[in-house]
Design a protein around this ligand. Structure first.
Ligand code: DGL
Length: 248
């Protein structure tokens, strides 16, 4: 089993981490569009075009399934990607919704959705959650978390101030959807700041979805991983070494 993992840049490595922890595949081909990141501030047509170009890249490899690790691309480009390939294309939004639905039994729960500007304005999470009967929803575009994580400022006052800026008007939150690749890296801090709210992590959610819907229940002893980037692949590999450590 060979899986392709696509993201706008380095953030999708958080999804790769979960995949590697569960040994689901023999080989992972990762492609980050580092030359054109961020996608979260771009418009729908651009996000779709870039995602289709990434799909062309993956056609060089005989992948069995394509995971769109990027929430922004998952919000806008899944239909177009699926229309242009015969392999299964799995997005993180569907996975996150399923994971939340499995974990939260009370439909009155207060759910907070965090993501990039583009993901939040797509309303993809809201529409799906409402269809499951969850109506107490708050959405906030928290794009500043992306550079904070990339600049490794998560242990500084800058993150505390940013929490204050985004979250100061919130009342009680039961669960928070980390609707962006970078947010799992500050998952504990977000959960704690929001009164120990339950957190939904795209990587873990994808693993649950792959096992449930795509029958990925294999346990490979070793996973080979190849990293590709549209710009500075060495920079991406350095981040991978830092974030994935002994897994690679
Ligand atoms: N990968 C993007 C996402 O998950 C975050 C970075 C970007 O804006 O491209 O939405």
């Amino acid at each position: 089993m060979r899986v392709g993992v696509f993201d706008s840049g380095i953030g999708g490595l958080t999804v790769v981490k979960s995949i590697l922890e569960h040994n689901l595949f023999e080989e992972v081909i990762y492609y980050g569009d580092t030359a054109r990141v961020p996608y979260g501030s771009k418009d729908k047509n651009t996000i779709i075009r870039y995602s289709l170009e990434a799909l062309e890249f993956f056609k060089n490899f005989d992948i069995d399934v394509l995971i769109v690790a990027c929430n922004t691309a998952s919000a806008y480009a899944l239909d177009e990607l699926r229309a242009n390939t015969t392999i299964p294309v799995v997005g993180v939004i569907e996975a996150g919704i399923l994971s939340l639905e499995n974990k939260l039994s009370n439909n009155d729960s207060n759910i907070l959705i965090l993501g990039t500007k583009a993901t939040i304005s797509s309303k993809k999470y809201e529409v799906a959650l409402k269809s499951y009967g969850f109506n107490n929803l708050t959405s906030i575009a928290t794009g500043l978390f992306v550079p904070i994580v990339e600049e490794q400022l998560e242990n500084t006052q800058i993150l505390d101030k940013t929490f204050e800026h985004y979250f100061k008007d919130l009342s009680h939150i039961d669960a928070v959807i980390l609707g962006c690749t970078h947010f799992p890296l500050i998952e504990e801090k977000i959960g704690k700041y929001l009164g120990n709210a339950m957190t939904i992590h795209s990587g873990e959610a994808i693993v649950e979805l792959l096992k449930l819907k795509y029958n990925c229940n294999n346990k490979f002893t070793k996973t080979d991983i190849k990293f590709f980037a549209s710009e500075n692949p060495d920079g991406l590999k350095d981040v991978a070494k830092k974030w994935l450590g002994e897994l690679i």
